[in-house]
Ligand binder design. Structure first.
Ligand code: PMP
Length: 288
């Protein structure tokens, strides 16, 4: 499945934009990625936190000075309408992008368009072979007072791109960012959690990170079970002392970290498996 709607109307993959388009020239856009899981048993598609993603999209647009081209209510209704219009019956990834459709410069705020695309993205939560090796990046996470990482702006991913290329060049799968003052922040497109004994520790939201909705969901699951989660400023030197690590995000879902730099971690730590099983259970039951 690979479909897209531009300003509410179905469109092809190739859409013309001006040579002087500010999104093309300067990366002026904000977006959200939202997963929906198909249950064959219940014959139902369940969104993972659609409301929180829409909230964050409108917050990003406000922060960037992009007047929303559609109301939140209309957008939510459109997303639901697509499911029946296109008969979505598989795991998918919705990407909703606000961008500038016309001409202008990086200062421009007029002519904001919106694009909703849906493509197949099967869940990999049940894949036991999946893990990721992270290299601590020499590129630091963009500080909030330079370019706020809490805003899900397309251009923020240039910071991720530099770090990713640096880490892959050193033989890792992806990068782990530190803040400019040396605390663990996040991966290039995911939040990070550490296992300390029976507890979880994750960087606090003042560590220049995107307020990951999956991270918040995992924290919520833990609070309603008996796993303690601490949000803290974690010095880079503490990484080697943790028992395990995993990353969370809409696209990556939950994935164990098998190494950070030269520190190896088990990919089947019981605390990680318990957190993952609870995550899966809620999706399977549609109890989100
Ligand atoms: N950090 C960054 C930089 C990301 O791009 C993402 C993916 N959206 C995340 C964290 C995870 O956020 P979420 O759980 O809201 O998808």
């Amino acid at each position: 499945m690979n479909i897209a709607y531009l300003n509410g109307a179905k469109c092809g993959e190739l859409t013309q934009i001006s040579l002087y388009n500010p999104t093309f020239l300067y990366g002026v856009s904000c977006f959200e990625g939202v997963r929906a899981y198909w249950s064959a048993e219940r014959s139902e598609l369940t969104f993972l936190d659609l409301g929180s993603h829409l909230d964050r999209l409108y917050e990003s647009a406000e922060a960037m000075g992009l007047p929303p081209p559609v109301s939140r209510t209309e957008l939510e209704a459109e997303v639901h309408a697509i499911i029946s219009a296109d008969n979505v019956r598989e795991d998918v990834y919705f990407r909703i992008t606000f961008y500038i459709g016309g001409d202008g410069s990086w200062r421009t705020s007029r002519d904001v368009h919106y694009l909703v695309s849906v493509r197949s993205m099967p869940s990999r939560l049940a894949d036991p072979a999946r893990s990721v090796r992270l290299g601590v990046s020499r590129f630091r996470r963009i500080p909030t007072d330079v370019m706020p990482p809490q805003v899900k702006a397309g251009a923020n991913y240039l910071n991720s791109r530099y770090a990713y290329r640096d880490a892959v060049g050193r033989g890792f799968d992806d990068a782990l960012f530190l803040t400019t003052d040396g605390f663990v922040s996040e991966a290039t497109g995911a939040a990070v959690f550490f296992v300390a004994g029976e507890d979880l520790v994750t960087p606090s939201v003042d560590c220049d990170l995107l307020r990951s909705i999956t991270r918040q969901r995992v924290i919520g699951h833990c609070r309603s079970s008996d796993v303690t989660v601490r949000e803290a400023r974690i010095p880079a030197n503490d990484i080697a002392g943790f028992d395990a690590a995993f990353v969370t995000g809409t696209s990556v879902e939950l994935c164990p970290v098998s190494a950070i730099d030269e520190t190896e971690f088990p990919v089947d730590h019981s605390v990680y498996l318990a957190v993952r099983d609870e995550f899966v259970r809620r999706i399977v039951d549609g109890a989100l």
